[in-house]
Design a protein. Sequence first.
Length: 346
Amino acid sequence: MRVFIALLCLMSALDSFGGVFNTSRCFDLLCTPQYIDNLREDARFAGLFADSVFVAGVADINSNCSASRLCNLYSEVNGDRTDISKCLITIQHLDSLASEIEWAKGILTVQPQLAYVLQKLVDNGYSEYWEQTVYPKLKSHIDNYKLNQELLDGIHTNLSDFFSPESMPDTQSKIFILDIENAFNLSDESFCCTPLILNPEIEKQLRLNFMNVYIHENLHNLHLSPELMAKLGELDHDSFYRSKEEIAQKHGEGRNEAFVVAAEVYISNKLGLRDWQNVYDEFSQYVDGSLVLAPIVYVNLHDRKPGETYNDFLLRLFESGILKAGAIEASYNDAMSAIRSRVAWK
């Protein structure tokens, strides 16, 4: 019994780091076909690269789905994040679990290859490989990241204030550090990213602070009502907004993302994580500058009333005509000019 309890503690430790960072052996397994070359130097997988069926299966998978799309589908069907055996069962039944998901059709065409490739990886020791090779690398990046606890406390205070008078949900958006080279959101508003983002020098190159990401992902828990989303849909009649929204959606963003970005930049600026130049750059460069509602919302946040939810504040922007079809381009230009003037003033 003591050994069993110790094993459970170890398994828990392998997947969570103080409520901020998480790892997931299942997500890493799903990403492996896209990063298959990472396994070439490991002797336990040598035979797989000589298996023509395996190699062809990997090629078929990578031609029909990316790691991000696959992880999103796995999240959509509530796949287990830590148990490899459960992951394999989910993939084996993916055709039935995801049959009603329209965007998953491309992935389902290679479900047999996916089941075969992942099973072969596990049969050849992927679990041990992850624990012995992948996890120590991820843990090293996480351990070496100097998490500013005072700043983290300040972030939680500001998030709580921003959510008020509503409460932040008990379940927070998770941030998974995976053995990948990019970053992507999951459908449940969690975030998967490369451990490189925990390197301060890489952060500077990417113009991205990990704490900004942490704030952003937790803000996805803000309540946005059906009424607000209906108002947002009415903006499709605005040609300027619609053209920008099309760009955003090609990046997998759009719709309520502008509201989240506006809130994140507001809190980050308040905490000193973004100066005015960074604020301007974020709105003009993030997703090719397509989230045109974000700066409009941002420059009006100082008018949010005490005790007013963020949802009701946004509805008021629609009711007052600040967000109105036919006026978005002018409002956007005014907002960006106001932010640019603060850059010049500083």
